[in-house]
Design a protein. Structure first.
Length: 518
């Protein structure tokens, strides 16, 4: 393997094989306060190297501890928790691989960086397969060390933030165990923050967003955090029922109102009395029913189908949802303007998943744990998502939004083995039509809510994954033909494929070279 020059920052992804090269990032901008919370352990029998590394990292602001012997490090790792461990692979008494396993057995989320003076393919692969995050070949510069540890520290802080967000939501939902709303992106936080503020009031709410984006979960969140939480939340899908049946379901009917009406039946409005009525896909409700609903909203009077008198007076809070543009529906006459503004006291927009890429990992890991427990039990080791798998998930267009992601993760759970690391090729592939659409809409997925470098590197990674998948498919799996079509050498193509977790054929003779037959 060709070793990068010592002044070149390492650019491999976590848990990658040697040769996987990521687009080079700038140094991670961590505040002094964050660096001061990150504990680093350096284990190396070379005193000069050990103390030089410590001096560089202490100057950066990290908490640094040192060990010179393998047995000393083993006891230290068992007694103490470190965020990052720099570990020499070749030491007397206790090998670096044994220390690596000891460290990860004690604390599986510790990031281990292996220092090696012999960066052979075999030794590097052994370390990475054992759980090392990356490796640092000797000799290396101070800049090399700073950037690699900086990236590891950035990963530590992101993991802490994800856990903090999840813990915050769990605390907030302590009295609402049936509602789990997860998301860390600014756009989604704004939607949840608005829902939290409006929940204790009696105001009607109008929620918009694409199918599968989580509109119903936001509605449930509002109800369970309202003063009506002890009363029912009743949902009706206005698009799922024909007009006559929807009217009967919502308002109830009197005996003899139509064929089959053998008794009086209260409707969903009466069932929701004192609670909340969720009007899902309101825009698909017919105009006559909209007019009848407006009367209930104005004065609370319910008249059942076939009745000529007032049958009930109800006190209901209304939450409406739609995946269409309600203002366009008002303009075209599909939605009554007076009804729209009655219900749109507080509008909330739920952003689609493609506009909140920061939430994909959080949601995927949550669904993975949830469905694994449901299908396999709580005592079986949960699989984990590799960095390559997460890049593949972020590269999808997610036309079905969170619901599609949930279905994809459940598909994985059914096929995975306990403790597996999820590879990109385990993720269900998109159909050709969706893959083409995803490529065409790549540039529309830019959002200014991501930091510039994060957005840039995500889009580059997504482009590479889609380009390589299509390239190899069109070349019929022949790497020589694919490399010529892309105008790169085969070594570069292999590295790109490995970086994204794409597999190539073990035997791939160039199609322009004769195959010798014996």
């Amino acid at each position: 393997m060709r070793v990068p020059p010592t002044d070149t920052p390492p650019a491999r992804a976590p848990h990658s094989r040697p040769g996987r090269v990521r687009p080079t990032l700038g140094p991670c901008q961590l505040t002094a306060e964050l660096k001061a919370t990150i504990r680093v352990l350096i284990v190396d029998d070379d005193r000069t190297l050990r103390e030089s590394c410590a001096s560089v990292l202490q100057y950066e602001g990290y908490q640094v501890s040192l060990c010179s012997r393998g047995d000393e490090a083993r006891e230290t790792l068992k007694r103490n928790r470190f965020d990052i461990v720099l570990l020499d692979l070749y030491m007397p008494e206790v090998s670096g691989l044994r220390l690596l396993r000891t460290c990860l057995e004690a604390h599986s989320d510790t990031i281990v960086l292996v220092i090696t003076g012999n960066p052979s393919v075999d030794s590097s692969l052994d370390a990475l397969r054992a759980g090392a995050w990356d490796y640092l070949p000797k000799p290396f510069s101070a800049t090399h060390l700073q950037i690699l540890v900086g990236r590891a520290a950035h990963t530590v802080t992101v993991a802490r933030e994800s856990l903090a967000v999840q813990a915050e939501f769990e605390r907030e939902h302590g009295n609402s165990e049936h509602v789990t709303v997860l998301g860390a992106s600014p756009a989604f936080r704004r939607a949840v923050g608005l829902a939290r503020r409006v929940a204790p009031t009696e105001a009607s709410v109008f929620i918009t967003g694409e199918s599968g984006s989580g509109k119903e979960l936001i509605a449930q969140f509002i109800h369970h955090h309202s003063r009506r939480s002890s009363r029912p939340l009743v949902a009706v899908n206005c698009a799922a029922l024909p007009e006559a049946l929807l009217e009967s379901e919502m308002f109830g009917h009197c005996k003899g109102a139509f064929t089959g009406a053998v008794r009086d039946k209260p409707g969903l409005l009466e069932a929701a009395n004192g609670g909340t009525l969720l009007l899902d896909e309101l825009v698909d409700m017919s105009k006559p029913i909209q007019a009848k609903l407006l009367r209930v909203i104005q004065d609370g009077v319910v008249r059942r189908v076939g009745s000529e008198t007032t049958d009930a007076v109800v006190n209901v809070r209304f939450i409406a949802c739609t995946n269409r543009n309600p203002e366009e529906a008002v303009k075209t006459g599909a939605l009554r303007e007076d009804l729209y503004y009655r219900l749109r006291v507080v509008p909330i927009h739920v952003p689609p998943l493609r506009e909140r890429p920061a939430d994909i990992q959080l949601l995927a890991e949550y669904f993975l744990k949830q469905y694994w427990t449901r299908h396999r039990g709580a005592t079986v080791a949960v699989p984990r998502l590799s960095e390559a798998a997460l890049r593949a998930l972020r590269a999808r267009p997610w036309k079905g939004n969170v619901r599609e992601l949930e279905n994809v993760v459940e598909h994985l759970v059914v096929l995975l083995e306990p403790g597996d690391e999820v590879a990109p090729d385990a993720i269900p592939a998109l159909g050709d039509e969706l893959a083409t659409e995803a490529s065409a809409t790549l540039l529309r997925e830019v959002t200014t809510e991501e930091p510039y470098y994060d957005a840039r590197d995500r889009l580059v990674a997504e482009f590479e994954l889609r380009y390589l998948s299509q390239l190899v498919s069109q070349a019929g799996g022949n790497m020589s033909r694919a490399a010529r079509a892309a105008r790169v050498d085969r070594t570069t193509l292999y590295r790109l494929l490995e970086r994204h977790g794409l597999h190539r054929r073990p035997v791939d003779p160039p199609d322009d070279e004769p195959v010798t037959r014996m």
